[in-house]
Ligand binder design. Structure first.
Ligand code: APR
Length: 250
């Protein structure tokens, strides 16, 4: 049985030792990582024009096939949100950690490119990128605002993974490899409900790799991680990284 630790205000010595000892850390990020940048999570209420639509019914291949323009309009709106959003202190902290330890991997379910904008380079994108298009038929990549696929004439759609679709094989393989080789895994801002990304921290736990979770809400993982840090990504990550780089005692 693992000794679970729910951190209060103070970071404890056990966590500090783990952070400083990590040679091959992996950080898994989800929608909660981008929330403080102004990109709403899918599960948050939709605002304005889109309030009456359930995102689960917009982010599917069936929705695109039935109502292509509606789905494209929704993505145009989300693209604008992403373009206006800015990386926060948590994103910058991860880029700083990579600068101090080039072995760090960030594996993200986010499609907004915020980690790279903050300066991270080793980023595995499991769910694609919202600022690219690809052909719904032949998967050729295209740059918006092209209207049809240059290769096959098929309809273009955002290069993101929709509910019911497969994840990019290479990204998934890289992600699992990084996790089994890791000596510390941080799970940040993800509900750990959406598969297969949700099985990455499970894989770490099964392999005996210490797992730290940052999330203001409990998730199915929180009971089983080594340290649950209830709070936000922008509050915790700068503190953790300052400990790693010894810019703070803790
Ligand atoms: N800091 C850390 N965590 C946060 C913050 C924050 N500031 N704000 C919210 N959270 C947490 C929530 O408590 C929740 O557990 O982030 C999590 C977001 O959960 P989801 O919306 O389910 O996001 P995610 O786990 O990334 O979902 C996976 O599903 O939403 C779709 O395709 C989308 O890639 C996404 C996938």
């Amino acid at each position: 049985m693992r000794e679970r630790d729910v951190a209060s205000e103070a970071m404890n010595q056990h966590l500090v030792t783990r952070l400083r000892a990590a040679r091959r850390p992996v950080v898994l990020t989800g929608a909660g990582m981008s929330a403080e940048s102004g990109v709403p999570t899918f599960r948050e209420a939709q605002s304005g024009l889109w309030a009456r639509f359930d995102p689960m019914e917009l982010a599917t291949p069936e929705a695109f096939e039935r109502h292509p323009q509606r789905v494209l309009d929704w993505y145009a709106w989300r693209r604008e949100l992403v373009a206006r959003a800015k990386p926060h202190a948590g994103h910058r902290a991860l880029a700083h950690w990579e600068a101090a330890n080039p072995a760090l991997w960030v594996i993200t379910q986010n499609v907004d490119g915020m980690h790279q904008r903050a300066g991270s380079h080793r980023v595995v994108e499991l769910h694609g990128r919202i600022d690219r298009d690809r052909c719904h038929h032949c998967a050729a990549v295209a740059e918006p605002p092209a209207k049809a696929c240059a290769r096959c004439g098929g309809p273009l759609r955002p290069d993101v993974v929709w509910f019911g679709e497969m994840l990019p094989e290479q990204a998934l393989r890289q992600a699992f490899q990084a996790v089994v080789e890791a000596d510390l895994v941080l799970s940040v801002g993800t509900s750990t409900l959406v598969q297969p990304a949700a099985s990455l921290p499970e894989e770490a736990l099964a392999a005996g790799v210490p797992v730290v979770e940052i999330n203001p809400e409990a998730t199915p993982l929180s009971d089983r991680v080594d340290h649950w840090l209830p709070g936000t990504a922008s509050a915790w990550l700068p503190r953790l990284v300052a400990v790693v780089t010894r810019e703070s005692q803790y």
